[in-house]
Design a binder for this molecule. Structure first.
Ligand code: 13P
Ligand code: SF4
Length: 354
């Protein structure tokens, strides 16, 4: 739907008034009405690096979700202020691992006598607390674009990995990219005593996967893949690694949002694609590449937006920019010093991965 012209003009005017004091980052899952005001767009890895590379910007307005804004705060200097236009833009996956639950899990691993061999690898989609836990215990952060390199690094440091909080990214990377078997993976359920696992199961596992998932990508099923192959002969199925293992196993290509965009840029005219990721991005790509004769459809028949990403809409962006332009610092995301120090350690290990 076209954006309200009055709001577009207000956002433009506020941004112009702020000039180089403000830098707007936009994740690929953001609405078109918001993306048009982003100085850079990217996947979560690219945005983390871009935030860190803008020391001159006093305000970083993060159009994305809470964990991304926290990461930006961790990676920028203390006098730079990170603003999330709607504080309710969280991530249900990140919420599936709390600091208490993860501390309890570490006790379970200690009881089983394996904590010393375990290296935590946490997906970017986690709270600053979980990143700090990861840093404290010698682990690294990863994103969907570097999970394989992060796991390779982790297995050079120890014999086992505790992968938080997305079981699918962990399993897909271990099995699809690194040749491990499904039997090498166990799932730790924070709602069950001892994670629902025996000490023997924990000792035998190479990958201990936290029982978290993305509700948006979890909607795609093997049926969605089979249906689209039937409907569109010759279609290429390209999905995000947050999808379930059976979906990833049935797909032709798998990758982060940035990978998906590059794959479609390189695709020949006349090719057909079914994309398994968030709908704002898929629609934008379908519109962008239609003139080049590339047919791009959404993998599922139902719509699936990320409802929390969608909370950042043009009215919230206008409000945040106008407030900053008037000198009111609103919706600042600030991670406390101690958490920040350990979380930064984990994030810097990621940024240093080869
Ligand atoms: P990427 O942008 O790293 O592909 O992550 C997708 C996602 O779910 C972000 O919330
Ligand atoms: Fe979280 Fe999934 Fe939304 Fe990404 S798409 S922010 S992982 S709920």
């Amino acid at each position: 739907s076209p954006s309200d012209p009055d709001l577009v003009e207000r956002a433009r005017a506020a941004k112009e008034k702020l000039g180089s004091k403000v830098f707007v980052l936009g994740h690929h899952y953001q609405r078109d009405e918001v993306i048009q005001f982003a100085d850079v767009t990217g996947d979560s890895f690219k945005l983390a690096r871009d935030a860190a590379a803008r020391p001159e910007a006093e305000y970083i307005v993060f159009c994305g979700v809470h964990f991304m804004a926290e990461s930006a705060d961790i990676l920028t200097s203390d006098d730079q202020k990170v603003v999330l236009p709607d504080l309710a833009a969280g991530c249900s996956m990140a919420d599936m691992a709390t600091a208490e639950q993860v501390a309890e899990c570490w006790d379970v691993l200690t009881e089983a006598g394996i904590a010393e061999q375990v290296v935590p690898v946490s997906y970017m989609n986690s709270s600053a607390d979980i990143k700090a836990f990861t840093g404290k215990h010698g682990g690294t952060i990863c994103t969907s674009s570097n999970a394989e390199r992060a796991l390779e690094w982790a297995f050079e440091q120890g014999e086992k990995v505790l992968f938080l909080p997305d079981q699918h990214l962990g399993r897909n990377t271990a099995v699809r990219d690194m040749g491990m078997s499904l039997e090498d993976c166990v799932v730790y359920n924070p709602h069950k005593p001892n994670g629902g696992l025996t000490a023997d199961e924990l000792r035998a596992a190479k990958m201990i996967l936290w029982r978290g998932h993305c509700s948006v990508h979890g909607r795609f099923s093997l049926d969605s893949v089979n249906d689209v192959r039937e409907r569109i002969p010759g279609v290429n199925v390209l999905v995000h690694p947050e999808c379930k293992h059976e979906v990833v196993a049935a797909a032709d290509y798998v990758g982060s949002t940035e990978y998906i965009i590059k794959a479609l840029e390189a695709a020949p005219a006349g090719s057909k694609w079914a994309i398994g990721t968030e709908l704002n991005l898929v629609r934008r790509l379908a519109n962008r590449f239609a003139p080049e004769g590339k047919e791009i459809v959404f993998l599922d028949k139902t719509v699936c937006f990320c409802s929390t990403m969608n909370r950042i809409d043009l009215p919230h962006l206008v409000w945040a920019l106008e407030s900053l332009a008037e000198g009111n610092l609103v919706n600042r995301i600030e991670v406390d010093k101690e958490t920040e120090a350990f979380a930064k350690l984990a994030l810097e290990r990621m940024l240093a991965l080869p």
